[in-house]
Design a binder for this molecule. Structure first.
Ligand SMILES: *Cc1c(COP(=O)(O)O)cnc(C)c1O
Length: 355
């Protein structure tokens, strides 16, 4: 704590990402990265962009990338905003749309960055507990006065999807608030709220290339919504900084969006592996929540989540554990390749669960 920090800086409790240890080669199933490499076309596009043109500033509006994303989702390019990872898009959206006089509604168990943005932008929050089965308490979101709503769908770290009809009901019943739907995992079996954008001016959908397009290292995310919402994001961004997406990221992201076949193939592989891993874990006695994401959330009755996570780590397998009420006995296990998951399951069976 430095005396030079502002009172706001002193009050912040920054987001803690999953660990990225360098001490040994782990099977890394703790940060929901995609186990498959990005499309080879992405690597070629980045190589081509990495030439003399790096002298020049990138297109500040990411025009071509926005056109590609718009075409992919059946929207106009003025309905697309791109940012340096969806984390940046979320931060700008909190600032652009959430009212400081009324609480922003979100779940007790969800992406932990939301709380960080609430603090950073000095907003109020009202935390709405998920129901006992970790489903969203939809009625609470249609009955409470609010300054905005954020829903991760499918949710993290539970993996559970909110039916699109429920999202629509929340959007429809809150015509004076922006409903931000964070769809970081939607490509692994969820149903996107993009289909609501034509009918509702208050829905903002945020997605990322980090998970389903294997580009966590490139930092590209985007928001989709009616043009007035997108213009709001641009106003905040251009009043705060003008950092566009860099040239390499724009080139790589364009190629990733264009390579639909590769995207379909890799997401389908992850989904198949998820189904198999879910069955295997259930056979071992784990309770596994139904997941529409690239991870599973599971617990074993009578065993501490912290201990299971620590033992797996000792045997070279990293998974995520949250020391948080209601979920402290769960492990969040990212879906890796079949081979990685075989090792994870064997390690659990032969080394961790044997006492
Ligand atoms: C991973 C994740 C993000 C952020 O992804 P970026 O890498 O910043 O694009 C946002 N929301 C949720 C729920 C996530 O899991």
């Amino acid at each position: 704590m430095s005396k030079y920090w502002s009172s706001l800086t002193r009050k912040l409790s920054p987001y803690v990402p999953g660990e990225q240890p360098k001490d040994q080669a782990y099977i890394k199933l703790n940060t929901n990265e995609n186990p498959y490499p990005p499309s080879p076309k992405v690597l070629r596009a980045i190589q081509e962009a990495a030439g003399d043109a790096l002298r020049l500033y990138p297109d500040p509006e990411s025009t071509v990338l926005r056109e590609k994303i718009a075409a992919r989702y059946g929207l106009g390019k003025e309905e697309v905003f791109v940012g340096n990872g969806s984390d940046e898009v979320l931060a700008l959206a909190f600032q652009a749309f959430f009212d400081q006089t009324q609480p922003v509604l979100f779940a007790d168990i969800t992406y932990s960055f939301y709380k960080v943005y609430i603090q950073l932008h000095e907003l109020k929050a009202e935390i709405i507990p998920l129901r006992d089965d970790f489903q969203l308490d939809v009625e609470a979101y249609v009955s409470k006065t609010n300054g905005g709503i954020v829903i991760a769908n499918p949710n993290a770290p539970t993996g559970i999807e909110v039916p699109l009809a429920d999202i629509e009901r929340i959007v429809q019943q809150n015509p004076d608030s922006v409903v931000l739907v964070d769809e970081a995992y939607v490509d692994f079996g969820g149903h996107s709220a993009v289909s609501l954008i034509r009918r509702y001016p208050n829905v903002l959908v945020v997605q990322t290339l980090s998970k389903s397009r294997s580009l966590a290292g490139l930092r590209v995310g985007f928001a989709l919504g009616q043009a007035e919402l997108i213009e709001g994001l641009n106003r905040v961004k251009n009043s705060f900084n003008s950092y566009p997406i860099d040239r390499l990221a724009q080139a790589g992201a364009i190629a990733a969006i264009e390579d639909e076949a590769y995207f379909q193939e890799t997401t389908e592989k992850v989904i198949r592996t998820r189904q198999w891993v879910t069955d295997e874990l259930r056979q071992m006695g784990f309770e596994v929540l139904p997941s529409q994401t690239n991870f599973v959330f599971a617990r074993l009755a009578g065993r501490s989540g912290a201990e299971l996570q620590q033992k797996l780590k000792e045997h070279g397998v990293l998974v995520r554990h949250f020391a948080q009420p209601r979920i402290e006995d769960y492990l969040r296990i990212t879906i890796g390749t079949d081979e990685e998951m075989r090792i994870m399951l064997d390690t659990l069976k032969q080394r961790v669960l044997m006492r």
